[in-house]
Write a protein that binds this ligand. Structure first.
Ligand code: BDR
Ligand code: CA
Length: 315
């Protein structure tokens, strides 16, 4: 069993991922740390508490950062995830339960230190909480089992982002945090758009989830109506990408993915702000900004049919 802390900005595909992690027996979902991104931080924590109540999650819910470390905040992506983050589904204004009193970065540090080598951090929102944890206690790099990230875009023809031609949303939201997290010497696996845009939930697939997966399937179907409309109207796709669940799928079965290795940097300002770049050659350069950075793993392909079957059979 892999113990995870899931750092998330829920968010429609974040819900797909949370319910996947909760459902699969190979994962113990210890904590859900929230972050601004798809929604405000207040909204993100409220949504997480609602899911905890609705599905009797054992996971602690912990409030994280409300804004990026350096850049100015971009605000919620209402056009993609709806006013409250769950598309057309309105979360009740009163939910039971409370968030852990600690800030998310402190919860991450405490949990990792309590079980050295045991905790996998799975981040499916902007990387601010992980960067703040690193800043507050750099020793956690040696105590975390692994860091799995949904974010970034490494496309080969220089056109690969989703919020700009070069940048993916989670990285673009806090490029400084992302650069810290991706260049720290802990083992990182990045599952970016190069992989997540290879996989789709079609209308038929979601209909089948609704029919076969009880109340959870119905909820996934309900929140995905808005997401499908966004993809249809703005992206020209009659399906939605399966972004965040792929990070969970990697934890469950890494063999579904093809990876490549090399140090990663993030462009922190300018027209390519938020762009992720991986050094793939073995040449030695004079510039320490690249040569001193650890090699990390980036997903380049996924066995899509097996992934969809894994998701369907788990939910
Ligand atoms: C990422 O951005 C958010 O909209 C999604 O939840 C996902 O984490 C995809 O770029
Ligand atoms: Ca997300």
């Amino acid at each position: 069993i892999t113990k995870i802390i899931l750092d998330t900005d829920p968010g429609i595909d974040d819900v797909f991922a949370i319910l996947f992690a909760q459902a699969h027996p190979a994962i113990e979902l210890k904590g859900i740390t929230t972050v601004y991104g798809n929604v405000t931080i207040e909204n993100a924590t409220h949504n997480a508490l609602y899911l905890k109540q609705k599905y009797q999650l054992q996971a602690d819910i912990v409030t994280g950062a409300s804004k990026p470390i350096v850049r100015s905040p971009l605000g919620p992506t209402v056009v993609v995830h709806g006013e409250g983050g769950f598309g057309d589904v309105m979360v009740p204004s009163e939910v039971e339960g409370q968030a852990d009193p600690r800030p998310a970065y402190q919860y991450i540090i405490d949990t990792v230190k309590a079980e050295p080598g045991e905790i996998t951090l799975v981040a499916i929102g902007p990387l601010t909480n992980l960067a703040l944890a690193l800043q507050a206690d750099p020793t956690i790099v040696d105590l975390v089992k692994q860091v799995v990230i949904m974010g970034g875009a490494f496309g080969e023809n220089n056109h690969s982002g989703n919020v700009t031609p070069f940048a993916e949303a989670n990285i673009h939201d806090d490029p400084h945090a992302a650069d810290m997290v991706l260049t720290a010497s802990w083992p990182v696996v990045v599952i970016g758009l190069d992989v997540t845009e290879q996989s789709f939930f079609t209308r038929e697939y979601l209909d089948k989830l609704r029919d076969d997966a009880g109340e959870v399937g119905q909820f996934i179907w309900d929140i995905s109506r808005f997401y499908l409309r966004f993809y249809s109207e703005k992206v020209g796709l009659e399906a939605c990408h399966v972004h965040d669940p792929l990070a969970i799928a990697y934890v469950i079965n890494p063999a579904l993915f093809t990876l490549r290795e090399g140090p990663i940097r993030v462009v922190t300002d300018g027209v390519a702000e938020g762009m992720t770049i991986q050094k793939l050659d073995s040449r030695v350069y004079l510039h320490d900004e690249w040569m001193s950075k650890p090699s990390q793993k980036v997903g380049v392909a996924v066995k899509n049919l097996e992934l969809l079957e894994l998701y369907r059979s788990s939910i």
